[in-house]
Write a protein that binds this ligand. Structure first.
Ligand code: NDP
Length: 328
């Protein structure tokens, strides 16, 4: 029998956590034959709510779930973690300046990076979901100097999945016929969903759509503003689809991309495509044997170049701001 994989989830008592934990425990994160142990990390005020969720997890009698532990400090929460899903973050509240938002999150992600550095398992893989995800991932990564930088990633898979769905609806294709879509840059309103290399049943997607006005005025803003549209419609944020994307991100990282396809992940740049090295930016990546690799050699047209640069510039500004605040 396999040794259980230790999965740490922060913000476990939140909305995304509630949609996420049951799918981890039922085998969707790592695979239907991989036993897991959950380590739930919460702030002290939310520990009781996390205990309630743990009671429900018990009540599901998931065959793969080999244990649940709840913690209110990162040192214990990340001890022995093989996979860490960093969901809990300080949300932007009305009137909050960017510096305040980044400081508050620095106070969360710096100690978490240190705790991962000190006590996580050697094969630790980290996914940051809590916003601003790319920069929170950068802060944690910078405080984990003994962990290879490529183990820290930020989630743009929800944007990726949203873009696939929009493209399928526009063209009447099945989502399963769409491949090689890319989200570039920051998980923010500046993100750039790129269909110029995407394929629909093997044919180039941009040529199939052949409508640059739709691309610029409908597709890109619809994908970028989808979260706000869902809050407007539901009266609550897009927690289930965010949890689903976190599951997809880790599953793909661990189990690989399909031949002839790639996915989008926020990963540490090596300077590819003019993205300054060290920034955690979304790229097209393939995954194999638990490792990701940036897809190389794609031609970037003028339309894409300006949009990638704008989003990457925003990432560089966020990095400079957290540097000035002494958070990295
Ligand atoms: P959610 O579970 O709804 O969201 C958690 C984080 O995910 C937020 O930063 C949110 O960003 C982000 N996020 C990323 N993508 C999406 C998306 N598509 N839709 C919605 N959110 C997205 O928040 P809750 O407030 O319900 O729960 C947060 C929990 O985290 C609380 O229980 C709190 O106690 C805990 N927490 C734990 C910490 C820790 O473990 N140290 C630290 C801080 C909080 P955005 O706000 O921009 O939507």
């Amino acid at each position: 029998t396999r040794t259980p994989v230790n999965v740490t989830v922060t913000g476990a008592a939140g909305q995304i956590g509630y949609a996420l934990l049951f799918r981890i425990a039922s085998g969707h994160l790592l695979g239907p034959d991989v036993p897991v142990k959950l380590r739930l990390l919460e702030i002290p005020q939310a520990v009781k709510a996390a205990e309630g969720t743990a009671m429900e997890l018990d009540d599901c009698a998931f065959p793969l779930l080999k244990g649940i532990d709840i913690f209110d400090n990162p040192t214990d929460g990340f001890a022995g973690a093989n996979v860490a899903l960093l969901v809990g973050a300080r949300p932007r509240t009305q009137g909050m300046e960017r510096g305040d938002l980044l400081s508050a999150n620095g106070g969360i992600f710096k100690p978490q990076g240190e705790a991962i550095n000190a006590g996580a398992a050697d094969d630790i893989k980290v996914l940051v979901v809590g916003n601003p995800a790319n920069t929170n991932a950068l802060i944690a990564q910078q405080h984990a100097p003994d962990v290879p930088a490529e183990r820290f990633t930020a989630m743009t898979r929800l944007d990726h999945n949203r873009a696939i769905s929009q493209l399928a609806q526009k063209t009447g294709a099945a989502v399963s016929d769409i491949a090689k879509l890319t989200i570039w840059g920051n998980h923010s309103a500046t993100q750039y969903p790129d269909i110029f290399h995407a394929e629909i049943a093997g044919k180039n997607a941009a040529e199939t759509v052949n409508d640059e006005a739709w691309l610029a005025d409908t597709f890109i803003p619809t994908v970028a503003k989808r979260g706000a549209a869902i809050i407007e419609a539901r009266g609550a944020s897009s927690a289930a689809s965010a949890a689903n994307a976190a599951i997809d991100h880790v599953y793909t990282w661990v189990n690989g991309t399909k031949p002839g396809d790639w996915t989008s992940m926020g990963v540490v740049s090596d300077g590819s495509y003019g993205v300054p090295a060290g920034l955690i930016s979304s790229f097209p990546v393939t995954c194999q044997d638990g490792k990701w690799e940036i897809v190389q050699g794609l031609e970037i047209n003028e339309f894409s170049r300006g949009r990638i640069d704008a989003s990457v510039n925003e990432l560089a500004e966020e990095r400079d701001a957290v540097r000035e605040l002494g958070l990295i």
